[in-house]
Write a protein that binds this ligand. Sequence first.
Ligand SMILES: NC(=O)N[C@@H](CC(=O)O)C(=O)O
Ligand SMILES: [Zn+2]
Ligand SMILES: [Zn+2]
Length: 422
Amino acid sequence: MTDYIIRGARSADGQTRDLFVHDGVLVDTPTPSARVVDADGLVVLPGLVDLHTHLREPGFESAETVASGTECAARGGFTAVFAMANTLPVTDSVDRARHVAELGCQAGFVEVHPIGAITVGLGGERLAPMADMAASGVSVFSDDGKCVMDAQLMREALEQAAASGAVVAQHSQDHSLAGPHACADERTIAGDLGLPGWPWAAESVIIARDVQLAELTGARLHCCHVTTAESLEVVRWAKARGIRVTAEVTPHHLLLDSSLLGGLDTTFKVNPPLRGDEDIEALRTGLADGTIDIVGTDHAPHDPTAKSGAFPDAKPGMLGLEQALAVVIETMVNTGRLGWDDVARVLSVTPAHIGGASQQGRPLAPGEPANLVLVDPARRGVVDRDRTASRSRNNPYHGLDLPDPVELTMCAGRVTYSRSDG
Ligand SMILES: NC(=O)N[C@@H](CC(=O)O)C(=O)O
Ligand SMILES: [Zn+2]
Ligand SMILES: [Zn+2]
């Protein structure tokens, strides 16, 4: 294995120092044959961790594979991703979870942690074998893409999770309020465009229910992709009460607003929908004050056929892994709302902690695994959807001038992306 000297990188705490990598681990003295990486002017962060990735394999390989999706992750500065269960077949058994993890190992870009389904086939009717999956190493359960609507079933899922120390990640959408065609923020844009509305309450009614079920069961609840000020009020209330709840925001909900739907470009169709300025402001405030714990990408590749046709019929979802850090820098660091230590917290330390990824989000100190990303804080560029490792092109940032920060990603001591290699 190649050893490295990373020279002159600035840590999140502001100190400049050299890092030495030997055999995949950070050490306190350099090895003589080590390759030197000049990190002058760069910031070093612990490798990023995405608690919310859709890798699409098995079943939707025309949109993404574990290999292509995890290459996107490495290009985005990630060293671990949690792969959502809404594949075909669904990740609802020990064997299927193992299969995804093996594909991740073969690809070699990042650690891949399979998320187990809560219900069999995401059907919302019967619990999947959560205890068995947890015993085999699954630490996050989610029916993401669908909400667990049945409150009793959700209670049982939380009880199962609590018994094994796992977390339940809910896609908070009351499907009776926001049905299969709901596709535009009701309070800002749906009426103007004549599109089926997605009301804000469809999200927060589920979060309000679930935090109380988390209190009842003592379980850990994670709220995926929160998008409204009202949801944050509920999360604040729950946290003040000592309920074990964490919340996530996506990069796209931090940056993009519902007016982008005006051209009916299905790239901008996503679930929950893009919201208005007041919600976006609430999300940024919530991320800065800790009400929102993490940024999760919800990287959701779709092939052109899934994105064709009328807006209400297109599949929801947009790419996220390659621009996630850029968007956090643009919306939160360049606006003075977060420092680099906070970026490390919301994109690495806390997601690793929630998901139980013990090798991730660690201090960059001797004895720790060499999972890190080198970031150029000043570099910018215009996003080109064709410059990607993804198989899909549903990139909502195409054409935007954004930070272009990732210089090099190292996972367990191996360089998994380097700008200089192209
Ligand atoms: N976010 C989306 O719009 N789509 C996701 C599912 C999900 O995260 O709910 C997908 O799998 O395509
Ligand atoms: Zn979801
Ligand atoms: Zn998702």
